[in-house]
Design a protein around this ligand. Sequence first.
Ligand code: 13P
Length: 330
Amino acid sequence: MVSYKELGLVNSRELFKKAMEGGYAIPAFNFNNMEQLQAIISACVETKSPVILQVSSGARKYANQTLLRYMAQGAVEFAKELGYPIPIVLHLDHGDSFELCKSCIEFGFSSVMIDGSHLPYDENVALTKKVVDYAHQFDVTVEGELGVLAGIEDDVKAEHHTYTDPAQVVDFVSRTGVDSLAISIGTSHGAYKFKPEQCTIDENGRLVPPPLRFDILKEVEKRIPGFPIVLHGASSVPQEYVDEINRYGGKLKDSIGVPEEQLREAAKSAVCKINIDSDGRLAMTAAVRRVLWTQPAEFDPRKYLGPARDELKKLYMHKTQNVLGSAGKA
Ligand code: 13P
């Protein structure tokens, strides 16, 4: 058993408390390789933002759990070396079983999500409570989920949304003891969050998706005031990246994300954690495609992964400064 405290990591409790009071959200960025981690840490150090490093079970399989844990430990030292030791949480994204959560806790994670949202309500309560009871012995924080997001995130898939039912939140939170709650208000995983036929067209010819269900968020806040809420599926799918990917041989069609103004609005409410994965994938792919397309003789991975890392850092700095409001809060 390795305690996250020995690794210099923190759990999410204090960060969420401050985010709630300050009207901003903590970024939760997914990573599974070195360049992503370097970009996340250097962007958050430079903007003085706390950060949640997110590992999905897919990432765990891809990169190896031991390596990921040492990378997170390395990230703590890297931040210090860059001159500003920001608070770093190592979080399991979409844990699907008690065993997986337990194993992550034993490996040094400071926070886990148990995603029982696809289960019948009582089974979701029982599974979430089991994880909470285990995690809290080690002061590890737990995120639960009510309502189902559409879209694809590694192994997590759903065709349609099931919006969170605000009538269930008090019971869920009090029976499970979770530390934060992910809700479904119209965001979804992946780069195809809305269909063009759901959107209107603005004066620049851009597709504007339907607004998130802020009415559900408000109702949830009313029932569990001051309780940290999590927004998954919060990538904005910047059109510049989609255009660049397609310019250099890609084939992305109808990729539409959540407008940043809506995320800004959410961050001012009880939403304390905003999950962003797809935007990083797009930024990286755009940069790699640009180099490989314009310099076809290049074969040094540093020559395309370096620009990908630079693009990622720019994206993450933009998120902390202009979208989530977490810059300057570390
Ligand atoms: P995006 O696909 O919108 O980046 O969402 C990521 C996410 O919610 C990870 O859990």
